[in-house]
Design a protein around this ligand. Structure first.
Ligand code: DGL
Length: 269
């Protein structure tokens, strides 16, 4: 098989990376995708750097066993904790979500005050602030860890009138409103599903979706390496998880916006 006909590998700690699968498959409909969700070991967001690096290495090795041509780290936690190390181990184009989203926020802000929300590990890594300040050295970055949001989204508590989710979000976001941010990075796979509520709590603030921001960077990397799929090809998606394929298939629709088409295979990595 020619290299450009090979699939793109996308992985996440669990279900959340399906927001990236959705964005990539909509923008690049000719590409085959192999998705891996590490559902046996989710969440990554409260773990140590060493453990996250070990998991991420396993995830990438699994995708390489499917002969992928490039890898998207859809998980903000994995990207902020392990991408640089993985780029030095694996000789394959790797695209993360943090760099593209940080750049977009750095260029979008008008008052130079940017909020970042993410898991405990993502905020602890300081990865977003570092990249934002590379593009916009005078920007002030206010990062808040929001560990209660992932379980709420996975429980499907995403509707505009969900009082519990709204209350939790207000508690996390009102301190950012006091800092007068004009741009907020949704630095976690799950948060784009909360955008409608976030937009009501922070009216006028530009929301940057990290999964969406990564797509342009992936497209550029594929073009530069002459790895884009032929334009007459219709892309297919294969799903793999490390635990509970049935639950993944049932809940995946929340992230994809439609039911998961195709089989979900459980693997032991
Ligand atoms: N996928 C993770 C992220 O984007 C959230 C879930 C987890 O903690 O593993 O940071």
């Amino acid at each position: 098989m020619e290299n450009r006909e090979k699939p793109i590998g996308i992985f996440d700690s669990g279900l959340g990376g399906l927001t990236s699968v959705k964005a990539v498959s909509e923008a690049l409909p000719n590409e085959d995708i192999v998705y891996f969700g590490d559902t046996a070991r989710v969440p990554y967001g409260d773990r140590s750097k060493e453990t996250i690096m070990e998991y991420v290495k396993d995830d990438i090795e699994f995708l390489l066993s499917h002969d992928v041509k490039a890898i998207v780290i859809a998980c903000n936690t994995a990207d902020s904790m392990a991408r640089l190390e993985m780029e030095s181990i694996f000789r394959i184009p790797i695209v993360g979500v943090v760099g593209p989203a940080a750049k977009k926020a750095a260029l979008a802000t008008e008052n130079g005050r940017i909020g970042v929300i993410g898991t405990n590990a993502t905020v602890r890594s300081d990865a977003y602030r570092k990249v934002i300040n590379e593009y916009n050295p005078s920007a002030s970055v206010f990062a808040v860890a929001c560990p209660l949001l992932v379980p709420l989204v996975e429980e499907g508590r995403i509707s505009l009138n969900d009082r519990v989710t709204r209350r939790v979000l207000r508690e996390y976001l009102l301190p950012l409103a006091e800092k007068r941010i004009d741009t907020l990075v949704l630095g976690c796979t799950h948060y784009p599903l909360l955008s409608p509520i976030i937009a009501e709590i922070l009216p006028g603030v530009v929301l940057v979706d990290s999964g969406e921001a990564a797509v342009a960077s992936l497209q550029r990397k594929l073009n530069d390496s002459k790895l884009s799929a032929p334009s007459d090809k219709k892309g297919k998606i294969k799903y793999f998880v490390s635990d509970n394929a049935e639950s993944f298939a049932r809940h995946g629709g929340i992230f994809m916006g439609h039911e998961i088409n195709g089989k979900v295979t459980e693997v032991n990595i």
